[in-house]
Design a protein around this ligand. Structure first.
Ligand SMILES: Cc1cc2nc3c(=O)[nH]c(=O)nc-3n(C[C@H](O)[C@H](O)[C@H](O)COP(=O)(O)OP(=O)(O)OC[C@H]3O[C@@H](n4cnc5c(N)ncnc54)[C@H](O)[C@@H]3O)c2cc1C
Length: 395
């Protein structure tokens, strides 16, 4: 693909910049800068989503017929990069970028008409029911049982580590509909209303103190069979398709680029505040290494984006993105904490009880702690290496 910006692209860039200057609210920028969780707070993320929907720019990745943008890969990249550099939050991808491609590819016409507009408008807020106690990396070992009963399934069991289940009104679930063959063969993909009688949610607090993940229990939950995506017992295929989008369907490069810029600012302020800061040049060397690696990630992502724009799906190469973007984000987090030194301690009050730390560093350590989980969620780093070895390198 051609990565040079044409005159048309530069005009587009100006248009995006102007839109962001006019429409991105300062309170959302502030919340994004101080956010240490994996997603921005739901209400604010939906507020930004609504502004983008009004402009017609919420889901550039979707086909234009469903409300996406008819942009070139370069324009999609420019849009994403400008958004992050302006301090816009990532839209919550669970419905928009993970479930929606599955519905588009494998859902019935009725499911497309019912769900896609509600995902786009934010009326439906989804969570992901894949993992179970005893079925994480070994996802095919899942046991959440769905037994046919008339036009419905009766669902029993539980899902765990379910991000934002306490906020979601719908959950997409992998359920066990057959036990007779290989584990992968008896799985179906089901859409469940969280308000259904028998669904309950229990919080799990993370080491950073956040409430993001939950365990979800299903006790004789009645779910219409028409809420199943595609064929019964073929859910494994749809589930893997979704994972490709989870790991490589968004734009992670511009987000990491933005984090690198913020790290650069943190270092510059360190120089201002402490004479002789980084005398050994160690921080400068680590920053240069990160700069090179982020560039390489950006190029890899553009290659995948190019495939997506030609109508393909991200493919197993998305595991490369997940592996490397996670490593880089965590290295940026680590260097940020190293740069802060003792100022990073969570409790650093002065006599009147207010914190000594200036605002711009208050989210650095919580972000570092929260982001340790990135090497586990969406499939652990080791599992991504296995996929790359098998599916990309053919080993
Ligand atoms: C913050 C957070 C949010 C999450 N959100 C969601 C969500 O919204 N929805 C959802 O469904 N799930 C979610 N998950 C679950 C996540 O997908 C699983 O935790 C992950 O797949 C790992 O599964 P596990 O926890 O059972 O660990 P295990 O599978 O038990 O793995 C334990 C360790 O063994 C290693 N390992 C396992 N198998 C292999 C292998 N074959 N080769 C090499 N090493 C291996 C792993 O890499 C890991 O280090 C979330 C997890 C976290 C931490």
């Amino acid at each position: 693909m051609d990565l040079t910006f044409s005159q048309e692209d530069l005009l587009f860039q100006q248009e995006v910049r102007q839109f962001l200057a006019d429409q991105l609210p300062p309170h959302i920028i502030a919340a994004t800068n101080n956010n240490s969780s994996v997603f921005l707070e739901k209400d604010m993320a939906l507020e930004w989503q609504a502004i983008l929907v009004k402009q017609g720019w919420a889901v550039p990745q979707w086909p234009a017929e469903h409300g996406g943008c008819d942009w070139s890969p370069t324009q999609k990249y420019i849009f994403s990069r400008e958004c992050y550099l302006a301090g816009a939050p990532m839209l919550i991808p669970l419905g928009l970028l993970m479930l929606a491609p599955v519905i588009m590819a494998f859902g019935s016409e009725e499911q497309k008409q019912t769900y896609l507009p509600k995902i786009l408008s934010g009326e439906h807020y989804w969570c992901q029911g894949y993992s179970e106690p005893g079925a994480g990396s070994d996802l095919a070992g899942l046991k959440l049982k769905a037994e046919p009963s008339g036009d419905d399934y009766i669902v029993n069991g539980s899902k765990i580590w379910t991000t934002h289940a306490h906020l979601a009104d719908h959950i997409f679930c992998l359920v066990r509909t057959d036990n007779s063959g290989r584990p992968q063969q008896g799985i179906s993909f089901l859409l469940v209303d969280m308000d259904s009688p028998g669904v309950s949610v229990t919080p799990i607090l993370t080491m950073a103190g956040d409430h993001e993940v939950n365990q979800v229990f299903f006790d004789n939950v009645r779910v219409p069979q028409k809420n199943r995506i595609g064929e019964e017992n073929k859910g494994w295929h749809y589930a893997k398709y979704l994972l490709e989008f989870e790991r490589g369907g968004g734009f992670i490069g511009p987000l990491i680029r933005h984090e690198l810029v913020r790290l650069g600012e943190l270092i510059a302020r360190g120089h201002e505040r402490t004479a002789g800061f980084d005398r050994s040049g160690n921080i400068a060397r680590r920053l240069a290494r990160l700069e090179i690696d982020v560039k390489a990630l950006e190029i890899t992502e553009l290659r995948i984006l190019s495939a997506l724009s030609a109508g393909g799906n991200p493919g197993p190469e998305s595991s490369l993105l997940k592996l490397n973007s996670t490593r880089l984000e965590q290295e940026i987090n680590e260097l940020s904490v190293d740069v802060l030194g003792y100022e990073g301690f969570p409790m650093n009050p002065i006599e009147d009880g207010s914190p000594v730390r200036p605002d711009f560093i208050s989210s650095v350590v919580p972000r570092y702690l929260n982001n340790r989980a990135a090497s586990i969620f969406g499939g652990s780093q080791e599992v991504q290496r296995n996929i790359i070895a098998k599916m990309v390198l053919g080993l």
